[in-house]
Every structure is written in structure tokens, then in C-alpha cells.
Design a protein around this ligand. Sequence first.
Ligand code: GLN
Length: 262
Amino acid sequence: MTERRLVLAHLYPEHMNLYGDRGNVLALARRARWRGIGFTVQAVEVGDSWDPAAADLVFMGGGEDRQQTRIAADFLARGDRLVAALANGLPMLAVCGGYQLLGRYYRTAGGERLPGLGWFSAYTEPGAGRAVGDVVAETDLGIDPPTLVGFENHGGRTFLDGGDTRPLGRVLLGQGNNGRDRGEGAVKGRVVGTYLHGSLLPKNPHLADLLLRWALERRGQDPALEPLDAAEEWAAHAVLVGRVPGGRLTREAGKKRALERG
Ligand code: GLN
């Protein structure tokens, strides 16, 4: 079998790294390398030269308004090339601040309008107070179990307004995009935006593997991933799912998975 290799571009690790977002990159790297897949991480900071078309996977984390404002113009300047690559099937995961800047704009708590890439048909306005706490969402991405868990802390409220952008999931616990329509995150093509920090991927290994499979598939590499022992990851996942009031079915799915993998 030919050796499998992936290159992940990590956008703005210095400025956009809240609540353990970097752990997402570590989870992807570990889960790839444990299966013998070569995995290289390229950090891209403000002003660095970068060709999105050469990446196999992109990750961007969240940041405080101050950090987001610092990187926003640089990110926008990369917009045409990045959007072209995303339209060509490049998988990307963007958390919170990164997710907001994939919409049309993000208005900061101070009222400044930061234009985004417009990949997602969405926009973000400041809300009354911050949305903070544990989140459990149910997704129709086709992953098993269908639950995603994490921790949110955002001032912005995101509204999806176009048919080509669908919510990543329905909120079972927490606020998600805006605390009103029960939507959490966004999906368009192979691009996933979410408010879930935590880190997200260590507690949601099924989503990590979906991103790896997408990246392998796109490069014509064998997307089959051998199962890994993830008992601790699923135990953490089940703890959060267990906090959903009345979420019996979902809680059982979490437990079942923890047992299977244990
Ligand atoms: N600054 C943004 C907000 O408050 C994003 C925060 C984050 O990435 N956690 O909405």
C-alpha cells in the first residue's frame, strides 16, 4: 500500500487559540499518525505566504475580539484563494472566532464590522451578554453517535440565512449559534464551523475521523481508518451528553459507545 500523507494548515495559532483549540490539531495529528498516516502541520500567521490549494485540511480556532481584529484583514486578503480551494473540496474546521469570519461579517462587541469570507451564508451580531457553558448538539452529518459535545463562550450570535449553508446540529444543551433557533454551527461542502471549544475533537473522535476521511478521499488516498481505542474520549463525551435534561436516548447512545470502545 502506498504511504498516506496529509498536510494540515493551522491558521493563526498565535492569535486564534482559545480554550484549548490547538488540541484539535493535536487530535487530528495523533489519530492520523496512530494509523501510520504521515501528518504535517503548517502554521500560517499574519503575513506568511500560503497556498490553500496545497493544503489537505485547514483548521482555525477562536479568539477574543482583539485577536480577531488583528487577523481579520489578513484572512480576508486570502479569501479568494481559500474560497476557491474550499469550493474545490478542501476540508476545513473553524471554531468560534474562525467560524464567525467564514460568514459575511462579524460585528464585535465594540461595534466594529469585520468582513468575513462569505463562505457560509451567515452573519454574526453581538448579543446581550455572552453565551457561556457546556453544549451538546445532535448532528445529521452521519456520524455515530450523532452527538457533538463541547464548551461555548461567545459574545456574537450567528444567523444562517442561505439554503447552501445548513446548521451543523440542533442544540440539546446550551445556546449554539444564537440561542433562538436551536441551530449550532454550520456546514457547507466539507467545511464545518462551530462554537464548540473544549477542545472539540478530543471529545468528538468521530468528527476528527470524518475530517481525516474527507481529506484522504479528496487526494485519492485510501479513506479507510482502522478503529482506535478511544475509551477515555468517549467517557468524556458521555459525561457531557449525560447533562442533557431528559436526553435519555442520546445519553444511552453516548454510554453505549463508551462501552463499545472500552
Ligand atoms: N470574539 C468572538 C465572540 O466573542 C469569538 C470568541 C471565541 O472565539 N470564543 O463572539
